[in-house]
Design a protein around this ligand. Structure first.
Ligand code: ATP
Length: 355
């Protein structure tokens, strides 16, 4: 097990900055997911932790030891890639043994660890099979097994589920999380899929354009996004974001939107323009004169357990959840009621969370 710290990590590729002065503590035994859009620097960060890439500046420590410029082998960290190349001529057992033989582990210890790993991954019955005929999921398990068998201080995984179909991905997600609960090995997992991140992570690190925007548990990321980017990126349908003038009196707890007062959290900042954020599940439909905002139903999407209703209001198109059995009719005049305890406010200029 291991605590990984990165300090002011910076990676410049000739004229392109892939990672910008990032600092982060990856706590011992936690499952940490690096999440962000394509090209945001997740893989580069992971490769620097693995030793497959060296930073331009900054430091990486593993349990307090500086490993910034150590070679991958010297770090006691195991990397699981998306396109895991299993050795086709070795069979399942041979593939699992390979990393241990390489390290010169005694035969008796190799046999013990291979059996244990196969039991954990439930591939004991496949040990004497060829890897060529294996299903995608079993290949994935063997690939994971090759990492587990080494008993490393940490696992690094770069979109390991990326090639699987949706249903199987979900299953593997559950398996991975259960595996982590059992082994409790510090894990850093890269994905651009927020559902995967939410399902797996103790902590999510949201990145964009080489910068860490927020590092928090899934609850914090979802409910208190640190910036407008995180608010837009996390959650489907996304958070409703409405521009408004800041409270005139500092400390006031309402803003005016479309001639209505909307309760907001108390903020002491001096912002003049704010953005009010509220998730669709915290907006309910009501009678047109009961809500804090009125509008007309523009579009309705059915999700089985609920409807997502898009309502055109004076403050723009906003989404609400409706769990009524009757489908809200397009064009219907409705009111929207906000659960004001769930409202968040951003500074429109800095795009940062105020409260
Ligand atoms: P993806 O999900 O697409 O892999 P990512 O968030 O993992 O995205 P990185 O692979 O870390 O992103 O890449 C970040 C940026 O750095 C990208 O724009 C990429 O083109 C660039 N980059 C990565 N490696 C190199 C390299 N060796 N030389 C030049 N640019 C690179």
């Amino acid at each position: 097990m291991a605590e990984i710290r990165i300090r002011n990590l910076h990676k410049q590729f000739t004229d392109f900055t892939a990672v910008k002065n990032s600092s982060l503590v990856l706590e011992d035994g936690k499952f940490v997911v690096l999440l962000g859009p394509s090209g945001c620097g997740k893989t580069t960060t992971l490769r620097m932790i693995a030793g497959l890439e060296y930073p331009t500046s900054g430091q990486i420590t593993l349990d307090g030891d500086d490993v910034t410029y150590l070679r991958p082998r010297e770090r006691d960290i195991a990397m699981v890639f998306q396109l895991f190349a299993l050795y086709p001529h070795l069979g399942v057992r041979g593939n699992l043994e390979f990393p241990l033989r390489n390290e010169g582990v005694p035969r008796i210890e190799i046999d013990k660890r291979v059996e244990e790993t196969a039991a954990i991954l439930r591939i004991g019955h496949l040990l004497d099979s060829s890897v060529n005929g294996l299903s995608g999921g079993d290949r994935q398990r063997v690939a994971l097994g090759r990492a587990i068998v080494r008993q490393p201080k940490a696992f690094l995984m770069d979109e390991p589920l990326g090639t699987l179909d949706a249903e199987f991905r979900e299953l593997m997600c559950v398996e991975l999380r259960k595996l982590h609960d059992r082994l409790k090995t510090t894990t850093v997992f890269v994905t651009h899929d927020q559902n995967e991140a939410m399902a797996l992570a103790d902590h999510i690190v949201v990145m964009d354009k080489g910068e860490i925007l927020q590092a928090d548990d899934p609850h914090g990321i979802y409910n208190f996004p640190a910036t407008l980017f995180v608010a837009r990126f996390i959650g489907r349908p996304p958070m409703n974001l409405i521009g408004a003038d800041a409270p005139v009196v500092p400390g006031d707890t309402s803003v005016r939107i479309a001639r209505r007062n909307i309760a907001v959290p108390r903020v002491d900042a001096t912002s003049t323009q704010v953005v009010l954020g509220i998730r669709p599940e915290h907006v309910r439909l009501c009678g047109s004169d009961e809500g804090c905002l009125g509008g007309r139903v523009k579009h309705v999407e059915y999700f089985g357990s609920h409807w997502v209703v898009e309502v055109e209001t004076e403050a723009g198109a906003l989404k609400a959840l409706a769990d009524k059995s009757a489908r809200p009719e397009q064009g219907l005049q409705v009111g929207l009621r906000f659960d004001t305890r769930r409202v968040v406010l951003f500074d429109a200029g800095t795009e940062k969370l105020l409260a």
